[in-house]
Design a protein around this ligand. Structure first.
Ligand code: GLN
Length: 562
């Protein structure tokens, strides 16, 4: 029988609830239990695919796609889900299913469409019970499909948000129906530090627990997010005022390596406490599983070198817009023994002043050109690709970044002035990147890109092959445009290599420059499959190239001095 752990958040958003949820899942995995996770997003979008990453953080892409059939005769394709699923996949080392992301949009859509097709004839459709029933049905559906020992259910947003109310009510009902010992409720809050008095303050936590209680929910565990460990007196205060035992008040301090959080929780006895609460018999962790994770964290903490990677793009105002890329770089770094320092650069500044390229990029060891959409900052991104080509800086272009690398190659090497992607310049004389044929007739934007896991066929003898050492891999995609084969033929004569195509041979999946310069562009998103214990092969090869480049540069500089 599946046990349920519900996770809510209080005080403010951005507390790292996803990392807490995933870390709690890890505690069960340390004991040999199977885990799955649901994320509830109270917004009205059906999926986050149409959301702006600056507002909401990265859109994560699953390996599998899901045909969401809310009512008879209706079907929507879903593969784009909340960024927290990236965190779950990285911590739990497990491919998640897109139907584990429940949004208000999906819940309301299903209920309203079912009303239209006549499923509730004669009834008044209401939030309680119809919306709450649909929420509970969706949660149970995941449990029935994947049959985990423990199912984590993270509720997005903050308690007190109007749109989250039906979810909290559904959880209240769910807990009652599931019976004692089958569910646990974990509440995460912020414990701010007041500099003037030099104290961690518990009042916001008390208030947010009270808001939760007013929805009929009493947390079993309170996790306090603070810049350091919660001192005993603070824990005692939270225990007393929030009505939870002292051992159920847990610290969630700032950490240099996020993957350490399961260890920090375990040391506070959270794993045992949860198992007892849920009446699970294997209370003790399996030593090998725990020490394996400890060793991995150690790897992240003990780099001997560091490299600086520039990440030019346009969503660089919040680090979360590229979270999977940031993590993939860290994984690749740790497994190369290096710490990766990321330098985010808004490329619009190069459009205003190309003279900034040199000062901002001259000391970087590698450049990662980011994925993206639309035209803001794109000329600047192309300038960066040309700069990398000229200065022979190791370069990895991801999706849009690969397409723009191709644009740069066409302009600079083939001399095709004004070459562009039609996404940015529909009237370009040289449409070197254009819509996939099947995209041309599409009218709707939601869930209509080429999405999810697809087979990639790699050509032997390429840098890509050197990284993967396999001819056939599966990587994840999210695009409408592609590199046009007719221009590639011309480019091949000038030193561009097609290193991968799709199974039909129709879609170019990766390009690189010939010779010893490490410049690779991939149409897929390898970052979505990178795990802390299994870094993405191409990210790993990229970091290795940046390290070689750094050493070479140091040697040349030393020779110049002597
Ligand atoms: N905008 C480009 C496309 O749709 C690239 C997408 C991306 O980088 N994910 O093909």
């Amino acid at each position: 029988m599946t046990k349920y752990v519900f996770i809510t958040g209080g005080v403010l958003s951005g507390l790292g609830k996803g990392v807490v949820t995933a870390s709690i899942g890890k505690l069960f995995q340390f004991r040999g239990y199977t885990v799955d996770a649901i994320k509830i997003d109270p917004y009205l979008n059906v999926d986050p695919g149409t959301l702006n990453p600056i507002e909401h953080g990265e859109v994560f892409v699953c390996e599998r796609t899901w045909r969401f059939r809310p009512a008879d005769g209706y079907e929507f394709l879903i593969a784009e889900i909340d960024q927290d699923f990236g965190t779950y996949e990285r911590f739990l080392d497990k491919d998640m299913d897109p139907s584990n992301n429940i949004t208000s949009g999906q819940v309301y859509l299903a209920v309203i469409l079912r009303e239209r097709v006549g499923e509730y004839l004669g009834k008044t459709i209401q939030v309680i019970p119809h919306i709450t029933d649909e929420i509970k049905r969706r949660i149970r559906q995941v449990a029935e499909r994947s049959k985990p020992d423990v199912l984590l259910v993270e509720v997005g947003g903050t308690v007190g948000d109007i749109e989250a109310m039906p979810f909290l009510e559904a959880i209240r009902q769910f807990r009652l129906e599931a019976g004692a010992g089958n569910t646990a409720l974990v509440h995460i809050t912020l414990v701010p530090y007041l500099e003037t008095v030099g104290q961690l303050k518990t009042k916001p936590t008390q208030h947010s627990v009270r808001v939760l209680q007013s929805s009929g929910l009493q947390p079993d565990i309170v996790i306090g997010r603070a810049f350091k460990e919660l001192p005993d007196d603070v824990k005692r205060k939270i225990s007393l005022f929030c009505n939870v035992p002292l051992e159920a008040v847990i610290s969630d301090p700032d950490l240099e390596v996020v993957y350490e959080l399961p260890l920090v929780f375990e040391q506070q006895g959270l794993g045992e406490y949860l198992c007892k609460l849920l009446r699970l018999s294997r209370v003790k962790r399996i030593p090998e599983l725990y020490s394996e994770w400890e060793r991995m964290v150690e790897l992240f903490k003990t780099p001997t070198e560091h490299v600086k990677i520039a990440m030019p793009g346009k969503y660089t105002l919040i680090a979360d817009s590229y979270i999977s890329i940031n993590e993939a770089l860290k994984h690749a770094g740790a497994h190369n023994g290096v710490k990766v320092d990321i330098k985010w650069i808004e490329t619009e500044i190069f459009e205003e002043d190309p003279g900034l390229l040199e000062p901002l990029l001259k000391d970087v060891d590698g450049i990662l050109l980011t994925p993206g959409f639309g035209s803001r900052g794109v000329e600047g991104m192309i300038m960066v690709a040309e700069y990398a080509m000229e200065k022979r800086i190791p370069f990895l272009g991801i999706c849009f970044g690969a397409q723009l690398f191709f644009v740069a190659f066409c302009r600079r090497v083939l001399g095709l002035k004004g070459a562009h992607t039609t996404e940015v310049d529909p009237n370009t004389p040289y449409p070197v990147v254009d819509l996939l044929p099947e995209q041309k007739a599409l009218k709707f934007k939601g869930g209509t890109m080429r999405l999810g896991g697809h087979v990639v066929i790699i050509r032997r003898g390429t840098k890509l092959y050197e990284a993967y050492r396999q001819e056939r891999i599966v990587e994840r995609f999210r695009h409408r445009y592609h590199i046009m084969p007719e221009y590639v033929k011309q480019a091949e004569e000038e030193g561009l290599v097609i290193s991968a195509v799709d199974e039909t041979g129709r879609i170019i999946n990766a390009i690189e420059v010939a010779g010893d310069q490490w410049m690779v562009g991939v149409q897929f998103h390898p970052e979505f499959k990178s795990r802390p214990n299994k870094p993405s092969p191409i990210y790993r090869a990229f970091i290795a190239a940046t390290l070689r480049h750094k050493k070479l540069r140091a040697r040349t500089a030393a020779q110049a001095r002597s």
